[in-house]
Design a binder for this molecule. Sequence first.
Ligand SMILES: NC(=O)c1ccc[n+]([C@@H]2O[C@H](COP(=O)([O-])OP(=O)(O)OC[C@H]3O[C@@H](n4cnc5c(N)ncnc54)[C@H](OP(=O)(O)O)[C@@H]3O)[C@@H](O)[C@H]2O)c1
Length: 249
Amino acid sequence: MDFSKATILITGGNSGIGRGLAEALAGRGAKVIVTGRNTASLQATLDSNPGMAGYEVDVSDAESITSFASLVTAEHPDLNAVIHNAGIMEVEKALPEALDLDIVERTIATNLLGPIRLTAALLAHFSGKQEAAIVTVSSGLAFVPRADTPTYGATKAAIHSWSQSLRHELRKTNIAVVEIAPPLVATELTPGQSNNPRAMPLGDFLTEAVSLLCANPTPAEVLVQRVMPQRTAEQTGNFDAVFGMINPS
Ligand SMILES: NC(=O)c1ccc[n+]([C@@H]2O[C@H](COP(=O)([O-])OP(=O)(O)OC[C@H]3O[C@@H](n4cnc5c(N)ncnc54)[C@H](OP(=O)(O)O)[C@@H]3O)[C@@H](O)[C@H]2O)c1
C-alpha cells in the first residue's frame, strides 16, 4: 500500500497523534481527510493545512457514522484508506464508588464499536479499489494494561485481536490491515499527559511511526522501539515486571 499516493481518512485528525499523522502523510503527498468533534480544533487544523478536508463526526454514534460514510465516499470517491485514530481514555475508580458504567459504555462505543462500524460502512467502497488499507490504533496498554483504565485497555486489546482477524479474513483481497500500537506519547489524551516526562515526544513518535507505516512492504503492525517492552512482555517472560512498572503498588 503506497500511503503517499492514497486518499486517507483519519478520525480524530484534529489533535494529538491524529493531527500529526494527517500532517506527516499530507507532507508525503497523500490526500488527507480528517474528522473530529471539536469544531474549533477541526477548523484550526484545516486552516493550517490548505488542501485538507474535514468533517465533524461523532464516532460513538452509529447513525452519524453511516451517514458520514455515504457522504465522504460520494465527495471523495478516491478514498482508499482509513486510520481509526479517534479514541478516549478515562480513569475508572473501582473503589470506593461503584464502577461508572457511563465511562465503560462510551469507551467501548468510541474505541471499539467506532472502528468496527466505520470499517463496515467503508468495506464495500474499499473493495472496488486497486489497493486499500484499514489502519487501527491500539496501544501498548493492549498488551500490558494500566489497572486504573480497565475499559480502555480492554478496548485496545480487543482492537488488536480484531485487527488480526480482519487481516486474515482480507488476506486474499486488495485491502491491507495495519495496527499502530503507540507507547505513552505526549498528547492530551489524558489531562497533563503532554507534560509527562516519561511520555515519548509526539514529534519523535510521528517520525518513527510514519516511516514504519510507509515502508514497503506494508507492515502488519507499526511498533516504535519504545513500545517493544510492552508488545513483547508475554513472549519474553517480562509481563509481571512491566505490569509492575506501569502499576506501582
Ligand atoms: N497518547 C498516547 O499515549 C497514546 C498511547 C496509545 C494509544 N493512543 C491512541 O492514539 C489515539 C489518538 O490519541 P491522542 O493521544 O492523539 O489523544 P487526543 O489528542 O486526545 O486525540 C484523540 C482524538 O480522538 C477524537 N475523538 C475522541 N472521541 C471521539 C468521538 N466520539 N468522535 C469523534 N472523535 C473523537 C478527538 O476529537 P475531539 O477533540 O474533537 O473530541 C481527538 O481528535 C487514540 O486512539 C489513543 O487511544 C494514544
